[in-house]
Design a protein around this ligand. Structure first.
Ligand SMILES: [Zn+2]
Length: 313
């Protein structure tokens, strides 16, 4: 009897340990240029398995301290990001830029504090407007990963211009189209263009707050930058402008598909069934994001609120 009791107790222990173990993101920084690292997000929608770690995060080393671009999906992620940045650079984070107000990019911000956070005024406005709703949605989608996460509003405001942080000269470009305000960052020392969600690569762009003509104009502006590497908001870093071209092609395709389906009198469910161009078969989440785009844009078409690039009348 006694030994059975011990065995039962032992069997119970590992289960207890498993449940009590804190959730931890697997952070695998990859050096993409001297003193520049990227944490690659997974090519998935936000789930309880991935904890919302789907966006790319960039870390830069400067003589004044570490700079991070975007803070990830949760307080927990932000805390680990701060640890990782310190391990890589030997310095604390002195600046955290926020590229736009989407939850997979901003909810690690608590780890850095409002004074370290920098974003364009339009991003801060967006967070004021929608931050609490995004937080609720993230708790629903990612569950316990989000524990203790709250919105933090950046206190430093970024405009299009140039700023020196330590030895690094950072060019900031305030653009829009993916949301009403999107920040892209060009690091002169490395030649890296960190595009935020203005660029996606091999992962379908998300459009819940998109303005397609404005987004296309921003892609044109970014393509005029002569960069040596491009970090998209989602997908791999590449030394080519492929992410800009592919994002533009995707936006053009969904505009034609959704606009065409609407013109033919299809209802929303029928529009979602439309075949996608063959090239999108290699794009992660193509069907999923196309369907979400139909859901965002169809009501706007019905209310005649969607500016069509192909219709100038
Ligand atoms: Zn986004």
């Amino acid at each position: 009897m006694k030994s059975a009791g011990v065995a039962g107790g032992l069997a119970f222990l590992p289960m207890f340990a498993l449940e009590a173990a804190p959730l931890r993101y697997s952070m695998k920084p990859v050096e993409i240029a001297p003193g520049a690292w990227m944490l690659t997000g997974v090519d998935e929608a936000i789930t309880r398995e991935n904890g919302g770690a789907i966006a790319n995060i960039t870390i830069l080393d400067t003589s004044e301290g570490a700079v991070v671009i975007d803070t990830g999906p949760s307080r927990r992620y932000g805390v680990q990001l701060a640890e990782t940045a310190r391990e890589l650079t030997g310095k604390p984070v002195v600046r955290a830029f926020i590229t736009h107000f989407h939850p997979d990019h901003v909810f690690g911000s608590q780890a850095f504090g409002a004074k370290t956070l920098a974003a364009p005024a339009g991003v801060v406005e967006g967070l004021k407007r929608a931050g609490d709703d995004f937080a609720s949605a993230m708790y629903y989608l990612a569950g316990d990963w989000m524990r203790g996460t709250e919105v933090v509003l950046p206190e430093q405001f970024v405009e299009t211009g140039v700023e020196d942080i330590g030895q690094r000269r950072i060019r900031t470009l305030v653009l829009g189209g993916h949301t009403d305000c999107d920040l892209a960052i060009f690091d002169e020392a490395s030649g890296l263009l960190i595009a935020g969600d203005l660029a996606f690569l091999d992962r379908a762009p998300t459009t819940p707050h998109a303005d397609l003509p404005v987004w296309q104009a921003s892609l044109k502006t970014l393509s005029e930058t002569s960069f040596s590497g491009l970090v998209p908001g989602h997908g791999p870093m590449e030394m080519t402008p492929r992410a800009l071209r592919q994002t533009g092609d995707w936006l053009k395709s969904i505009e034609e598909l959704i606009g065409g389906a609407f013109d033919r009198g299809l209802d929303m469910n029928e529009a979602m069934q439309e075949p996608l161009p063959a090239w999108t078969q290699k794009i992660a989440l193509a069907r999923y994001e196309y369907e979400r785009s139909v859901m965002h844009f169809y009501p706007k078409l019905e209310a005649d609120l969607w500016p069509r690039v192909d219709r100038q009348d």
